[in-house]
Design a protein around this ligand. Structure first.
Ligand SMILES: [Fe+2]
Length: 358
């Protein structure tokens, strides 16, 4: 299960390797945390790690769409490209998209744990890689060719590139934005588009990828920006990126608010078809994410606590749950008298890991 580094305690065991911002291995899977290790993780700006929970990872059906190493490498490439826009060829970004695409197309097509928490300066890069992954998965569900998936992925990876030209004090402001500050934020799609549009030769970005940079804040009902496009005026690539962008932002902690639990965001999206987003895109997107990812600790309607171990795709709100501490596995697809009442909060989850964990 995922825990913020602020909630880690000595004695907890890492369930997955932890990589630094440059892709280097910091601590390997199976390492038992000490105070020194926990402090080192905080110093390296690692915000969340996976620790063994009450149910061992080996018993869970974890679908890793993207290895942490490829994800961190894509973040690093994006970061170094932004720092040296004039001299670094954009082809390095294209290579990252190819690597992401290869990994995703290698057969694993469900996301469990994409929503890491990131510090504000790294947020844009981590968010861009995650949006790119979610967009590619949605494109696969829509039957896109590899060529289309590449253009969709490249545009999604670059969608917020204009934010690098926005004053960081406005971009990372912890409180509510003033109308003037929001106007500044609203310039990032056009700024990003202008930044990329004159690239030629091997650095030229596909026009459909360019559309994503400009249109990813447009909304189906015409309430988006910068051009208030409506319905079919918005290209499908941009609509896919918009859905992935909002989902990933809502399920991630930000400087100004806590993340919404995935089940709440999933329900909001189910109710939003043909209002903010195109219904066909929403349905394809929701088949790629889960309201209760494996490893989520949940409270059932009879008061018992359990850990989600695998999903039932036709009934996403009725997964298989392993009860704690008995270990009995309930298939909520069959146990129709029970429902999941709510996921445990990170604080409640932490108490369970300490009580029943390693
Ligand atoms: Fe954006």
């Amino acid at each position: 299960m995922k825990l913020p580094t602020t909630h880690l305690l000595p004695g907890m065991k890492l369930a997955k390797p932890v990589y630094g911002n440059c892709g280097e291995l910091l601590l390997n899977r199976g390492v038992v945390l000490t105070s020194r290790y926990i402090n080192a993780l905080k110093r390296n700006n690692v915000i969340v790690v996976d620790v063994d929970g009450p149910v061992p990872y080996d018993e869970m059906e974890i679908n890793e769409t993207l290895s942490e190493k490829i994800r961190v490498e894509a973040m690093r490439v994006l970061n170094s490209w932004v720092k040296n826009l004039e001299n670094t060829p954009i082809s390095s970004i294209f290579e990252s998209v190819e690597a992401l695409l290869d990994e995703i197309l290698s057969g694993k097509a469900v996301i469990d744990h994409l929503t890491d928490i990131c510090s504000s300066d790294l947020y844009t890069f981590a968010h861009s890689v995650d949006v790119c992954t979610l967009a590619i998965l949605t494109g696969i569900r829509l039957g896109y060719s590899r060529e289309k998936l590449f253009a969709l992925g490249a545009g999604s990876l670059l969608h917020d590139i204009g934010k690098t030209l926005i004053d960081p004090a406005v971009l990372n402001k912890p409180g509510k934005l003033t109308p003037e500050e929001f106007k500044i934020i609203m310039t990032h799609p056009a700024k990003g588009w202008k930044l990329i549009k004159n690239k030629k030769g091997e650095n030229e970005v596909h026009p459909r990828s360019m559309n994503i940079i400009l249109n990813h804040h447009e909304r189906y009902d015409g309430t988006g920006y910068p051009r208030n496009l409506k319905g079919s005026e918005i290209d499908e690539f941009s609509m896919i990126c918009a859905v992935a962008d909002v989902y990933n932002a809502m399920t991630t902690d930000r400087v100004y608010r806590k993340a919404f639990p995935p089940n709440e965001v999933y329900e909001m999206f189910q109710a939003s078809g043909n209002t903010k987003f195109d219904l066909r895109v929403i349905n394809a997107f929701l088949s790629c994410v889960k309201p209760y990812p494996a490893g989520t600790l949940v409270r059932l309607s009879n008061g018992t606590i359990g850990c989600v171990v695998s999903a039932n795709p036709p009934l996403p709100f009725r997964p298989k749950v392993q009860l704690i501490p008995s270990g009995e596995i309930l298939d909520l697809e069959k146990e129709l008298s029970l429902v999941i009442e709510a996921p445990l909060s990170p604080e409640e989850a932490q108490k369970f890991v300490i009580s029943y964990g390693p």
